[in-house]
Design a binder for this molecule. Structure first.
Ligand code: FPP
Length: 231
C-alpha cells in the first residue's frame, strides 16, 4: 500500500546516464549498462512495493543503432543473459514481462529468450514490466499507419489508432522519469505521453534506487493533472 496521496498507475523510465556513470570510473560503457540492469531490478522491486501497476523501461531505441557495434552487442547480450539467468525473479514477484518495439531486427537468441520469458510470465499480474526494445515513437507510428492502411478503413477516432499501437495493452503513462538531467523525450511514446507528468532528476541511471523513486513519487503526488480541463 502506498503512503502517497496520488500514486501513478504507469511509470515510464528513460534510463539515461549509464555511459557517463562508467566514464566517471574509467570503465567501459557496457559496465554502465550492466549496473543499469541492477538499477532496473531495484526500481522494479520498489515499484512492486509502492503499488505501481505498470513500469515501462526504454532499453534500446531505434536511434541506438548509431552506437558502436561492440556497445550494441553488449546491450543485447546483457538483456538476453539477464532474462535467461533469472527465470524465477519475475514469477516469484508476480511480474508479467512484455515488450514494445520491432524486435524482428534483433539476433535470434535474444528474440527467442524474450518470447520465452514473455510466455512464462504471461499469467502474472502484480506488475506489467514492459521493455522498449528497438522502439521509437515515430517508427511505431509508421508501423501503425501501415496496419491501418492494410485494413482499408477510415479512422474516425484516436481510440482506433491507439488499439493498433505497440502499447495497445497498456494505459498511457501517468509519469515519465528521465535520469541524468537531460530534459527531453527522445522519441519515446510520443502519442502516449501527451498528458503525462515529466520529471528529470540529475541522478545517473545506475544510481537510481528506491530512495530516488520515493522522491519522484512525492513530486508526482503534488502535481495537478487537468487533462486540458479547468480546476
Ligand atoms: C542510456 O544511457 C542507456 C541505454 C541506451 C541502454 C540501457 C539499457 C540497459 C540498462 C539494459 C536494459 C536491460 C534489461 C534487462 C532490460 P547512455 O548510454 O546513453 O548514457 P550516457 O548518456 O551517459 O552516454
Amino acid at each position: 500500500m502506498s503512503k502517497y496521496l496520488k500514486t501513478p498507475q504507469h511509470i515510464a523510465f528513460i534510463m539515461d546516464g549509464n555511459g557517463r556513470w562508467a566514464q566517471k570510473r574509467g570503465l567501459p560503457r557496457n559496465a554502465g549498462h550492466q549496473r543499469g540492469i541492477k538499477a532496473l531490478e531495484k526500481t522494479v522491486d520498489a515499484c512492486c512495493k509502492h503499488g505501481i501497476k505498470y513500469a515501462t523501461f526504454y532499453a534500446f531505441s531505434t536511434e541506438n543503432w548509431k552506437r558502436e557495434k561492440q556497445e550494441i552487442d553488449g546491450i543485447f547480450s546483457l538483456v538476453r543473459d539477464y532474462l535467461k539467468d533469472n527465470p524465477d525473479y519475475f514469477s516469484s514477484r508476480g511480474i508479467c514481462v512484455k515488450h514494445i518495439g520491432d524486435i524482428s531486427a534483433f539476433p535470434d537468441d535474444l528474440t527467442t529468450q524474450l518470447t520465452s520469458t514473455e510466455k512464462s510470465t504471461a499469467k502474472n499480474n502484480k506488475l506489467i514490466l514492459t521493455l522498449a526494445l528497438n522502439y521509437g515513437g515515430r517508427d511505431e507510428i509508421v508501423r501503425t499507419f501501415n496496419k491501418l492502411l492494410g485494413k482499408g478503413k477510415k479512422v474516425e477516432t484516436y481510440k482506433e489508432i491507439s488499439a493498433q499501437l505497440d502499447t495497445c495493452f497498456l494505459p498511457d503513462p501517468d509519469f515519465v522519469i528521465r535520469t541524468s538531467g537531460e530534459n527531453r523525450l527522445s522519441n519515446f511514446m510520443m502519442l502516449q505521453l501527451s498528458y503525462s507528468e515529466l520529471y528529470f532528476p540529475k541522478v545517473l541511471w545506475p544510481d537510481f534506487d528506491e530512495n530516488e523513486l520515493k522522491k519522484a513519487l512525492k513530486i508526482y503526488s503534488k502535481r495537478d493533472r487537468r487533462f486540458g480541463g479547468i480546476k
